[in-house]
Design a protein around this ligand. Structure first.
Ligand SMILES: [Fe+2]
Length: 465
């Protein structure tokens, strides 16, 4: 089958195809097989991710032997964050429009929402509006003015100093709902809502075990290789807890990186980025072959800093060549489906900001901020607090409610539960750095939770002692 025919088949299914992916598909040679491959890939693609890339094929096929991967008992599917980005002003504009439309649709399913342009002269009570927060200010009298906008207009809403809603810490660029009434052309807020996740969900039948980790920081003098080796030894030997571990997810910062902060070279034991990843590959080679390893990038990894971050470039992936079938490189954030259990993994850079904004949350306990992510249905709601890519679609919106939300970044460990979603911040493997010492942050080193997906029971391995 020639290139044009393959492109036509892909286009007919609503997708585009990257040149390298096209060559890989052609390698299957047999026309029937090629059509089957295209069917399989397109059925697994996320509609928001329009370009078929080589990684999409690698997940489904054993490309070395030109065949479908052997049927495994486990079905581990990965949805990519992004493979492309529209680098333009319209990209940012579309990002906001997309975020507003997707989050406001959550409210619209529950309530009759009035477009903002129709609110000013609307005397009905109550009125329910949904908007993206464009400004927050305080009046001399202690009230709060929140300006919100939708596709039709902008309105100032007053949160009286006596209202409960005034004490809620509303963030810029959040999509919120407000119930209230009009007085002197201002919407007086009576109630305030976040998109939220449902109170209860039916747990899908699942099976298998997943281990969660992050922030290994190989290459740093403070990387605790001894504790990491203890973990691997345990995984290799222990039958009861780790014997049937199917998958390990690493939520970013595999390495300490190079040039991430001033004078970083003084804290490095490996000063070359490729040698840092070679060391990671060597450490991961000790993990038994039947455990899949899914790796997201973090802000210390050698990929674009702006979120959503793409998976590692080929040059780094190639360093894991002897583990091609076992290690999967994905973007940040990423939805991973393991036998029906949905895991949302995000490195967690926005936590630096969210921890400051939400009471009850600090570096010792990042879980309350992660709960807020679920309430806001967004991983990083405020523009400018984390570098962002103008990808057109907002990949940090939490569309699908995950069974597990997994973050890292802050290097402190936490487990929580909110409305039947389990939350984990998986700490790390790097002892206290001078940067953390200055800020009085004590990292949790050497903790590794294993979750049984059938029962959602958690076994916490702790090598920190
Ligand atoms: Fe980190």
């Amino acid at each position: 089958m020639d290139d044009d025919e393959i492109i036509r088949l892909v286009l007919n299914r609503g997708f585009l195809i990257n040149n390298d992916a096209l060559s890989l598909i052609k390698d299957f040679k047999d026309d029937k097989k090629i059509i089957q491959v295209i069917e399989d890939i397109c059925s697994k693609m996320d509609n928001s991710d329009p370009v078929i890339m080589p990684d999409h094929l690698k997940f489904l096929y054993d490309l070395h032997n030109n065949g479908i991967k052997k049927d495994k008992e486990n079905r581990i599917n990965v949805k990519y964050s992004t493979c492309y980005a529209e680098e333009s002003y319209t990209g940012f504009l579309n990002l906001f429009i997309d975020k507003f439309q997707r989050l406001s649709s959550i409210f619209k399913k529950r309530l009759a929402v009035t477009p903002i342009k129709n609110v000013i002269n609307n005397e009905s009570r109550p009125i329910f509006v949904v908007g993206i927060v464009s400004n927050i200010s305080n009046t001399k009298n202690g009230h709060k003015i929140i300006t919100i906008e939708d596709e039709t207009g902008t309105i100032n809403t007053l949160f009286s100093k006596d209202s409960k809603a005034k004490d809620e810490n509303i963030l810029l660029d959040e999509v919120i709902g407000i119930k209230g009434f009009i007085s002197k052309k201002i919407l007086i807020a009576e109630e305030f809502y976040r998109p939220e996740i449902p109170v209860e969900r039916t747990k899908v039948k699942s099976h298998g075990k997943v281990g969660l980790t992050s922030d290994i920081h190989v290459g740093s003098k403070m990387f605790n290789s001894k504790k990491w080796e203890e973990l691997i030894k345990f995984i290799r030997k222990d039958e009861e807890v780790a014997g049937d571990l199917d998958c390990i997810i690493v939520a970013g910062d595999c390495v300490d990186g190079i040039g991430i902060y001033p004078n970083q070279e003084r804290s490095l034991s490996i000063t070359d980025i490729s040698s840092q990843y070679k060391e990671v590959a060597s450490l991961f080679s000790e993990i038994p072959d039947d455990i899949e390893i899914i790796i997201l990038p973090g802000n210390h990894d050698a990929v674009r800093q702006a979120e959503p971050q793409p998976s590692f470039p080929e040059s780094i992936q190639n360093l894991f060549l002897d583990k091609t079938e076992q290690v999967k490189f994905v973007g940040n954030p990423c939805y991973i489906d393991i036998n029906g259990t949905s895991i949302l993994s995000y490195h967690g850079r926005s936590l630096d900001y969210l921890i400051q904004e939400f009471s009850g949350s600090d570096y010792k306990n990042p879980i309350p901020s992660m709960v807020q992510m679920l309430k806001m249905r967004h991983l990083s709601p405020t523009y400018g607090t984390v570098p962002m890519t103008p990808a057109g679609k907002d990949f940090l919106v939490i569309d699908n409610v995950p069974d597990i939300l997994h973050c890292g970044h802050v290097h402190t460990f936490g487990i929580g539960e909110y409305r039947s979603t389990l939350l984990f911040n998986t700490g790390g493997w790097q002892e206290q750095t001078s940067f953390q010492q200055e800020r009085n942050i004590v990292p949790d080193v050497g903790k590794f939770p294993i979750i049984d997906l059938e029962t959602m029971d958690i076994k916490l391995l702790d090598f920190g002692g």
